[in-house]
Design a protein around this ligand. Structure first.
Ligand code: GCV
Length: 719
């Protein structure tokens, strides 16, 4: 080929490829993309902030400084000049220990900010304004800086700010269910970012710094690096060293590391005779282990424990109690200011309603734990279902601090294949009224120190992060990581506000995109509930994979409380779990007037009806529909929703980059297909009990029940 033809070919290829690369985004930058803003915004912000003065020192302040420099030059398109004296247009970041901040007389307001809060305020000086971010600690400065960056990323006005922000919970943690062999329990975004990594240190460090920045940007200040189904080896010198290296990278972002521990560790790795919490050798072993950890990680956060649950060892193995186990660790770690998060996720197969068990097991221990123990309770009484009532432990345990555990990873909500924005689900729990001290005693207020003035307050979210390029498998699953952090910081934020922030930062400011996408997100969780488990149904999924529908499961030898039939109790009479006073009486664990409200099918919220009641197929709902018809309509509504989401999404082509657009488009196809799978499986199966026909105006199922029962779900495509 001659030179001219080669050149022509080269230009042709470039013309074809260039737009694709320009338009491609992998999602790896999360919501911290820092791409240039519109000219108008750039001009506006550059007028407000043109220089930076940092009155502080230390690694965390350095992180704040480098973040604002990076964000500014990316968003505004020019570097932020550093100055040593504030002048009009200066962004001044500092603590009260520095003169430049002291001179502003902010101390009475800083008193409200506590350890990690901050003030952000415009102050007039000669020739204009300066913008001040002030805090009592470097951590507060970091969070204030990220707040300012978020405002710029979302196009907010920053001209006359007067902000005081204080986090609602002291400990705002991610829980990684990552195994030391690199797999992730219920992880759908690839293998663990922490364990069994062949990459070199630099590659890992870059990834971990990005992780730390993303977490700090939403206020997350702690992370548990290994699975609650904990391998005893996590406590060996080898892993303590690995923990220490990660802690070094997290520290400049105010993130502490925590470890899940296995209660049999003294016997398994310490070679003691047993792991009995009252055995003096065991007590000594834990004391020495804690000493070893703190020698390497002076700011180590503490332990997370799953004991005597789903086969994990614990104090019951020796006839001891949860209190014995938790206090053993608490005493060992107290001199170092560490905490113990002891999980209340416990249940045993047997006659008793599983939804009652955690309450029954933990209530007798209220007030018996050491003051550095906090009991970690899943949001609902069973297990992270698409909809559950809140756990009755909230509000009931007064003398012991409780923390809510949410699941960010979508174990029961379609893995990383379904678009399900979970903020609305978490708000439902946080805003739920427990009535423990009369009206307005929300779950949030019972756990954040408002109603019960515990000093130790915390919240946890089971992470959805893996080695996938976009971190979370589905691009929209990033919004759940983001939303969890924002709610952990301030549970009063609305889900819509959070969604809009995230869309603006992650995709575009274009309202033609923001508005429909926000509507999709806000509706999405309810749609999943409708096509999986409407009207309070729960636990209808396959017993091992937890993904597709298997309401019919009968597995010889499997635990009866793991089978869907235990939960739906469908028969020719009707469907639902009777938890009223005439049934398992789980309603008694709630405060009045909730218990009475739940007990009566006429007052029970319709979306929890079959959680609390077993009702005949002909039972009439408020709408006048029979129960059977209402179930059908709900399943169909869920499917119609996701079809509509697909249509809305298709119309947005061209507004955002082609790569993320088409990857999301593909996932939406999968979601619709699976929603139909759920609908058909549940309706056709329940129909074998109800004997009724599907309402005439609804389309016919596209599957056959026998064919559905034969589907063998293959997990390999979903990890
Ligand atoms: C970490 C559910 C999940 C398990 C998980 C458990 C827990 O049962 O299916 O994978 O184990 O919850 O929260 O401990």
């Amino acid at each position: 080929m001659d030179m001219k033809r080669r050149l022509n070919l080269f230009f042709l290829v470039m013309i074809l490829i260039l737009p694709l690369t320009v338009l491609a985004e992998t999602g790896e930058n999360l919501w911290l993309r820092y791409l240039p803003l519109s000219n108008q915004l750039q001009q506006k912000y550059a007028e407000g902030i043109s220089s930076l003065m940092v009155a502080g020192e230390g690694a965390i302040v350095k992180s704040a400084e480098s973040e604002i420099m990076m964000a500014y030059s990316g968003l505004i398109g020019k570097p932020l000049r550093k100055v040593t004296k504030p002048v009009a247009g200066t962004l001044l970041i500092g603590t009260d220990q520095h003169r430049a901040i002291r001179d502003l007389n902010l101390s009475s307001e800083l008193e409200k900010c506590g350890d990690e809060g901050y003030i952000m305020r415009s102050v007039s000086v000669k020739g204009g304004n300066i913008l001040v971010i002030a805090a009592n600690s470097n951590a507060g400065l970091l969070y204030g800086t990220f707040d300012l960056i978020r405002r710029m990323q979302t196009g907010d006005d920053i001209a006359q700010l007067n902000v005081v922000e204080v986090p609602r919970y002291n400990l705002r943690l991610l829980n990684h269910w990552d195994n030391l062999n690199g797999t992730v329990e219920r992880g759908y975004a690839g293998h663990s970012i922490w364990w069994n990594r062949p990459e070199n240190e630099t590659v890992l460090k870059n990834q971990y710094v990005y992780y730390a920045r993303a977490n700090a940007s939403v206020g997350i200040n702690g992370t548990v690096l290994n699975n609650v189904n904990a391998a005893p080896e996590a406590l060996t010198a080898e892993y303590i060293e690995k923990y220490a290296r990660i802690a070094e990278i997290m520290r400049p972002y105010n993130i502490k590391v925590y470890m899940s521990v296995n209660m049999a560790s003294p016997a398994v790795i310490g070679k003691l005779k047993n792991s009995d919490p009252l055995n003096p050798d065991v007590v000594k072993w834990w004391e020495e282990k804690v000493k070893e950890i703190y020698a390497r990680i002076p700011d180590f956060g503490g332990f997370l424990v799953k004991a005597n649950s789903e086969g994990q060892p614990g104090p019951h193995d020796y006839g001891r109690t949860h209190v014995d186990g938790a206090n053993l660790l608490a005493k060992a770690i107290k001199p170092y200011k560490g905490v113990v998060m002891w999980r209340a996720f416990v249940y045993e197969p047997g006659q008793e309603d599983r939804a009652r068990q955690a309450y029954n097991e933990f209530m007798p221990f209220d007030g018996k734990f050491e003051d550095n123990v906090i009991v970690q309770v899943k949001n609902g009484p069973v297990d992270f279902q698409p909809r559950e009532p809140f756990s009755p432990l909230f509000g009931a345990m007064e003398k012991t601090p409780l923390m809510v555990e949410f699941q960010i990873t979508q174990e029961y909500l379609g893995f990383s294949n379904h678009l399900a924005y979970l903020s609305t689900m978490w708000k439902e729990t946080l805003d739920a009224d427990t009535w423990c001290k009369g009206a307005g005693s929300t779950v949030a207020k019972t756990t954040d120190g408002t109603i019960y003035p515990h000093k130790l307050t915390a919240i946890a979210g089971v992470a959805n992060i893996g080695r996938d390029v976009n971190w979370t498998g589905h691009h929209f699953a990033q919004s759940n990581w983001y939303a969890y952090g924002r709610l952990a910081w301030n549970h009063q934020l609305s889900s819509e506000t959070i969604a809009n922030e995230w869309i603006n930062m992650t995709f575009t400011h274009d309202q033609a995109f923001v508005k429909p996408v926000s509507e999709i997100m806000m509706r999405s969780r309810e749609s999943v509930v409708n096509y999986m488990t409407p009207l309070g149904l729960h636990h209808l999924m396959g017993w091992s994979h937890h993904h597709g529908p298997e309401p019919w499961t009968e597995i010889p030898g499997a635990r009866p409380d793991w089978l869907p039939s235990y939960y739906h109790k469908a028969s020719s009479f009707g469907i639902g779990f009777n938890r009223t006073t005439k049934g398992s009486n789980a309603v008694e664990q709630y405060f009045s007037p909730l218990k009475e409200l739940y007990n009566d099918p006429n007052t029970c919220p319709e979306n929890l009806l079959l959680w609390f009641h077993h009702l005949p197929w002909d039972y009439r709902l408020q709408s006048g529909k029979t129960l059977w018809d209402a179930i059908c309509y709900k399943y169909y509504e869920g499917v119609e929703d996701v079809r509509l989401f697909q249509k809305k999404w298709d119309m947005l082509e061209g507004i955002i980059d082609a790569q993320r657009f088409s990857e999301i488009q593909y996932k939406m196809k999968v979601q619709t297909r699976e929603a139909i799978w759920w609908r058909d499986a549940c309706i056709l199966y329940f129909q074998t009990f109800s004997g009724k026909s599907i309402p005439f105006e609804l389309e016919r199922p596209i599957h056959d029940l026998d064919e559905l029962k034969k589907i063998k779900f293959d997990m390999t495509h979903h990890n």
